[in-house]
Write a protein that binds this ligand. Structure first.
Ligand SMILES: Cc1ncc(C[n+]2csc(CCOP(=O)(O)OP(=O)(O)O)c2C)c(N)n1
Ligand SMILES: [Mg+2]
Length: 263
């Protein structure tokens, strides 16, 4: 069953068995009213428990990584610690294309409307910075964070200076996993080895230094125990109107939720 405001999206990626064309909020309100009219119980406690248990079961797979003490840092550990530090009722999170999107959308739980900007399959790399800036302008009192990767940072590099100049207090989390997603040797078949599969060593190319040079508060973090303190310092700087950039030296860990169905 698919509810969408735009008929062009029906049957687009998957066959739509039942189409409901309308605004999601109005459609859900109408559905709820109709169910009440038919005498549906207000809350089905057994169903709520079933959903809660299924969520826990799903998260159990990711829990060891969210709590991992590995070095290089497991990217999920950054997300696990981010969830400990952010105010879930007064924040905004988005992520860029690549593993950062796949992993953030797998484990991050938004608790307020417009608390998370998620994507479908493909988004334009670099957009997460604009997403966080837009969120900060719309909700100046919220903590606004975006998670991005090595390619993502390079795509948005030209725009950091303006964020610092305008004093827009957002935080960039750079997951440095040493390469561009799964674009490894043989990505498009034998012999096709994208130049981007491996990025410069952190000793030669420190993106945290790049951000610092244009006015960001900036740090690089290579120990799991340093993640929470670095995030807190970044958010404190944001509250004073200064953007922050935190680079995490992470492992390449291309595992995420099975939200992409097989065709
Ligand atoms: C403008 C643009 N170019 C290319 C792509 C295709 N693409 C998707 S993810 C990706 C690599 C992402 O690498 P990185 O930012 O390092 O994130 P990682 O997956 O390594 O965490 C590329 C090239 C895209 N989505 N947008
Ligand atoms: Mg990467």
């Amino acid at each position: 069953m698919q509810c969408t405001i735009d008929t062009l999206d029906l049957n687009r990626s998957y066959e739509t068995r039942h189409a409901v064309v309308g605004d999601a909020k109005l459609t859900l309100q109408a559905l709820s009213e109709e169910l009440s009219r038919r005498g549906a119980p207000k809350k089905n406690a057994a169903l709520v428990d079933e959903i809660r248990a299924a969520k826990q079961e799903f998260l159990a797979k990711f829990r060891p990584w969210l709590d991992s003490n590995e070095t290089p840092i497991n990217p999920y550990r950054v997300l696990g610690d981010l969830m400990k530090v952010l105010d879930p009722k007064n924040s905004f999170v988005t992520a860029d294309s690549g593993n950062t999107r796949d992993q953030t959308s797998t484990v991050y739980e938004a608790q307020i409307p417009r608390g998370f900007l998620g994507w479908g399959n493909v988004s334009t790399l670099g957009f997460s910075l604009a997403g966080a800036v837009a969120a900060k302008l719309a909700y100046p009192n919220r903590q606004c964070v975006h998670v991005t990767g090595d390619a993502g940072v390079c795509y948005m590099m030209g725009n950091f200076e303006a964020v610092a100049r305008y004093g827009i207090g957002i935080t960039t989390l750079h997951i440095n996993n040493g390469g561009y997603s799964g674009y490894g040797p043989g990505f498009w078949g034998a012999g096709h080895d994208p130049y981007t599969w491996k990025v410069s060593d952190h000793g030669n190319a420190c993106m945290a230094n790049m951000a610092k040079a244009v006015g960001f508060h900036s740090e690089d973090v290579d120990k799991p125990s340093e993640i929470v303190p670095a995030l807190k310092r970044a958010l404190d700087e944001n509250a004073r109107g200064r953007p922050a950039f935190v680079e995490f030296l992470c492992s390449h860990h291309p595992v995420h939720g099975g939200w992409v169905r097989s065709a």
